[in-house]
Ligand binder design. Structure first.
Ligand code: G3H
Ligand code: 13P
Ligand code: ZN
Length: 317
């Protein structure tokens, strides 16, 4: 089945709108029914476009047919402006498989390869994806922290603005992820005064006017969730995310997709730990799962309103 049969849209129109109106579309990672429904509920509450991001490992965890069954069951309408996106696709085959399953957008992440190999693989994915009217994101520069979400990442390289025009023109991609100091996981900054590299972002945006840029590893790591987790037996000490104001500033500089995974993980775990501690006699999983859903929905709603600025920005055809 094609993605349009599921009521999904690709990212082209939503990014065009986001660039023009200075907001970012949130990409929330999903991996089960609870995360899927939380994100969709938040999208409906706020009238926001959203991107459902599924990593290769999340796809393996759910199984492609199970995921698409849930997407079908969610009864999404094209008027909802919902895209289904492969996050950090590692190969041409992974992207092709996702497109055949019904994804409307894919990321080919060849950012760790030499520049010319990144171009070659990305171009191959773009040709296949565009034949299916699927949009493609690729990355230049590498982010730290994807391997281990509980430590400060050490291996990162910022995007070199000198590379971006050649890369975009040679590959034909629809959006570009750049590395300006964000990192995956819950340990993004050692100090509160650490700033993203807005000088790099400004240079890239100048060289690629009106071109959609993407930030990975951009979770805000809400401290109230961290505190709840630690209070109820967890141990994620010193977790610190990307400052809300800095993310807002990025949305005014052509960043039109912001990826958040860790924040929903924190919401899920905070609600679950608290619920189980508050009611030790409970052994009905639906009780803590319902609270986890409420907390994740609220987290998405807050971030849509205070970070993305995408509330009430649904683009009616
Ligand atoms: O950026 C990566 C996401 O956080 C996905 O992580 O592969 O553990 O699902 P995952
Ligand atoms: P966080 O770990 O900051 O949530 O990043 C998620 C991400 O970039 C998914 O691709
Ligand atoms: Zn990422």
């Amino acid at each position: 089945m094609k993605y349009t049969d599921y009521g999904l849209v690709n990212t082209r129109a939503m990014f065009h709108d986001a660039i023009t109106r200075n907001f970012a579309v949130p990409a929330f990672n999903i991996y089960n029914m609870e995360t899927l429904t939380s994100v969709l509920d938040a999208a409906h509450i706020t009238n926001s476009p959203v991107i459902l991001a599924v990593s290769e490992s999340a796809l393996k965890y759910m199984g492609g047919d199970m995921l698409m069954g849930m997407i079908w069951g969610a009864k999404i309408s094209p008027n909802d402006n919902i895209a289904l996106h492969l996050d950090h696709g590692g190969s041409f085959d992974a992207c092709k498989r996702a497109i055949h399953l019904g994804f409307s957008s894919v990321m080919i992440d060849a950012s760790r390869m030499p520049f010319d190999e990144n171009i070659k693989l990305t171009k191959q994915v773009v040709e296949f994806a565009h034949d299916h009217n699927v949009t493609v994101e690729a990355e230049l520069g590498t982010l730290a922290g994807i391997e281990d979400e509980n430590t400060y990442g050490t291996t990162s390289t910022y995007t070199d603005p000198n590379d971006v025009e050649k890369f975009v023109n040679a590959t034909g991609i629809d959006s570009l992820a750049i590395a300006i100091g964000t990192s995956h996981g819950a340990y993004k900054r050692k100090r509160d005064d650490q700033e993203l590299r807005f000088d790099i972002l400004e240079d890239v945006a100048k060289r690629l006017p009106e071109f959609p840029l993407v930030l990975h590893g951009a979770s805000n790591i809400p401290q109230k969730l961290v505190t709840t987790i630690n209070e109820f037996g967890g141990k994620i000490l010193g977790a610190r995310g990307i400052d809300e104001q800095q993310l807002r500033r990025a949305t005014k500089m052509n960043v039109c997709k912001i990826n958040l995974d860790s924040d929903l993980r924190l919401g899920f775990i905070a609600a679950t730990r608290k619920s189980l501690a508050d009611k030790p006699e409970n052994f009905n999983p639906r009780e803590f799962l319902s609270l986890a859903r409420q907390t994740m929905t609220q987290t998405c709603v807050d971030e849509i309103k205070h970070i993305m600025g995408s509330d009430n920005k649904i683009n009616q055809p």
